[in-house]
Design a protein around this ligand. Structure first.
Ligand code: XMP
Length: 532
């Protein structure tokens, strides 16, 4: 069974650290468990439940195992189960929600659907002390937790005792302290459980005894050694820069490892934000002294996009040209055997679904999709084991300026997908000007770091306005800002009316071609973050 593992094991790079294994039963928030474990300074990986067996455990050597939540009911026929080896590995096990049901059902207790689902905030009453709840409310006290379940535990397995309860779940926390097996009915990994991170930290650090030495300072040295080992004494690497944090950190890390044997290529498709191309070139070529090819191909891209209004055709045209330009520039360098990519751990996890099959949403990373096969190069992916917040921390370790490290995500096709319909150079200039004002106001209000992504969209709609004594007939600009954890779901950002009024007034007054501003209050789902 072990040869079928499709979540590649980035653990190779973290051999010297303690490992925690997260068994994925398909919860929407499994990644959050992993993030909380990493925040506790412990390396962990997420593996689909049916790819974890005795051989995998022997190879991965976890110090602790966490069973995630999931959409199934434990009483369904063929409902997912953890391999028995999980409970025989001699390490602490924490079952969360569906994971708790599995643990109970598999260890001789009983869990079943009781008709009423418990969803949302609940009050947990602590009935007995446990190292799992160390630092939380004392016995008799209460904690707010987030519930989302249909099944509940109706009989405890031998050796277990109840630790805490809620109105809907008498066994909301249960423990077998001797075997260090725990189950929680609620989701400690979500922010709606305010002390949830502490519970996960208690489990991995104090109960499992993991040392907490997974820091980006340590990772920096390990990643550099791994890059040197992979690339060898004389290998050359090419890295595409997008202006985003992932490719920037990838490039600086590889440059630390192999110096001038790294060449960066920045394909400027002419759809970057105001001042962005200059910033990328200034930082990498002038500040870091990294060999950089700046391919200013805006005319080529804009020419190819003339008359194109379908969003998918836009994306494909930009993607195809990007690959062609990159390939051509890379050939010019000569003899590079390696291509660097800023692939992150969520991309690795999301390429496989929880039951081990291919995921329905396979992400194409940045703009370099298709390049490795075409160019027959080996991939160097030093961020493959990291989450976005870890990449940011690593960027800070490497001394990257905050303006890069804290950047909002920016899509590969750039402003092309923020200009619905046909694109022209003039429309892009108008959009760039409005976008710069919007971001300037957000920064001035001190809100930039609180927002996941904020941008302006230039709508292909003209409306009537009045300026001075005259009638205007100009474009509408939509403003979008969202809060999100991972870009998969999002809520609109609740700016004050005063902020929106001030920003709209500046845009209409300072940007020729726009006479009306609207604010997008759509959540994702049902909307998407980008407009195309
Ligand atoms: P949506 O619009 O799908 O966006 O809600 C989710 C996240 O993905 C980004 N995005 C893209 N990134 N190429 C990219 O590199 C694309 O074609 C693309 N489309 C959307 C978007 O900015 C948001 O962060």
């Amino acid at each position: 069974m072990s040869e079928k593992i499709t979540h590649p094991a980035p653990a190779d790079i973290a051999q010297s650290h303690d490992h925690v294994l997260i068994v994925d039963f398909g919860s929407q928030v499994t990644q959050l468990i992993a993030r909380r474990v990493r925040e506790a300074g412990v390396y962990c990986e997420v593996h689909p439940f049916n790819r974890v067996d005795a051989a995998v455990l022997a190879a991965f050597k976890p110090r602790a195992i966490i069973l995630s939540g999931g959409p199934s009911s434990v009483t369904d026929e063929g409902a997912p189960r953890a391999d028995a080896a999980v409970f025989e590995a001699g390490v602490p096990v924490l079952g969360i929600c569906y994971g708790q049901m599995c643990l109970v059902a598999q260890l001789g207790g009983e869990a079943k659907g009781v008709g009423d689902r418990e969803f949302g905030r609940a009050t947990l009453t602590i009935n007995k002390p446990s190292p799992l709840l160390e630092g939380l409310a004392p016995v008799g006290g209460s904690e707010t937790v987030w519930m989302s379940h249909g099944d509940r535990v109706t009989a405890l397995p031998p050796g277990f005792e109840p630790i805490a309860s809620s109105d809907g779940a008498p066994y909301a926390v249960l423990a077998d302290e001797a075997r260090r097996f725990y189950g929680v009915m609620f989701h400690p990994e979500v922010v709606h459980t305010p002390n949830g991170a502490r519970i996960i930290q208690n489990f991995v650090r104090h109960i499992a005894g993991c040392s907490g030495d997974w820091t980006m300072g340590a990772y920096r040295a390990e990643a550099i050694a791994a890059i040197r080992a992979q690339v060898g004494e004389s290998g050359k690497v090419i890295c595409g820069l997008s202006g985003g944090v992932d490719s920037a950190v990838t490039a600086v890390l590889i440059h630390e490892a192999i110096g001038e044997r790294l060449t960066c290529v920045f394909v400027d498709h002419g759809m970057m934000r105001k001042g962005e191309a200059e910033e990328v070139v200034g930082l990498f070529r002038d500040h870091y002294n990294i060999p950089l090819i700046h391919a200013d191909e805006s005319a080529l891209f804009l020419g190819a996009l003339e008359g194109v209004s379908d969003p998918e055709v836009k994306r494909k045209t930009i993607g195809r040209l990007f690959v062609e330009v990159f390939e051509q520039k890379a050939k010019g360098i000569g003899g590079a055997g390696f291509l660097a990519q800023g692939t992150l751990y969520p991309d690795v996890i999301e390429s496989v679904s929880f039951d081990g099959g291919p995921s329905v949403t396979i992400k194409s990373h940045h703009n370099v999709g298709g390049l490795p096969e075409r160019m027959n190069m080996a991939l160097v992916e030093p961020l493959r084991a990291l989450f976005k917040d870890e990449v940011r921390a690593l960027g800070r370790e490497l001394g990257l300026p905050e303006s890069f490290v804290g950047r909002h995500p920016f899509p590969g096709p750039g402003l092309a997908i923020r200009c619905p319909g046909e694109i022209t150079g003039e429309k892009l200039d108008t959009l760039r000007a409005a976008d710069a004002i919007y971001l300037d106001e957000i920064r001035k209000a001190g809100l930039y770091d609180q927002i996941w992504q904020a941008f302006a969209v230039l709508l292909p709609v003209k409306t009537v306005g009045v300026m001075g004594d005259g009638r205007t007939y100009e474009h509408v600009c939509a403003l979008r800002a969202v809060n999100s954890v991972d870009g998969m779901t999002a809520d609109y950002y609740p700016f004050t009316h005063e902020f929106l009024g001030r920003t709209a007034s500046r845009i209409v007054n300072e940007v020729p071609g726009i006479n009306r501003v609207v604010y997008d209050v759509t959540a994702k789902p049902p909307g998407t973050i980008e407009w195309e």
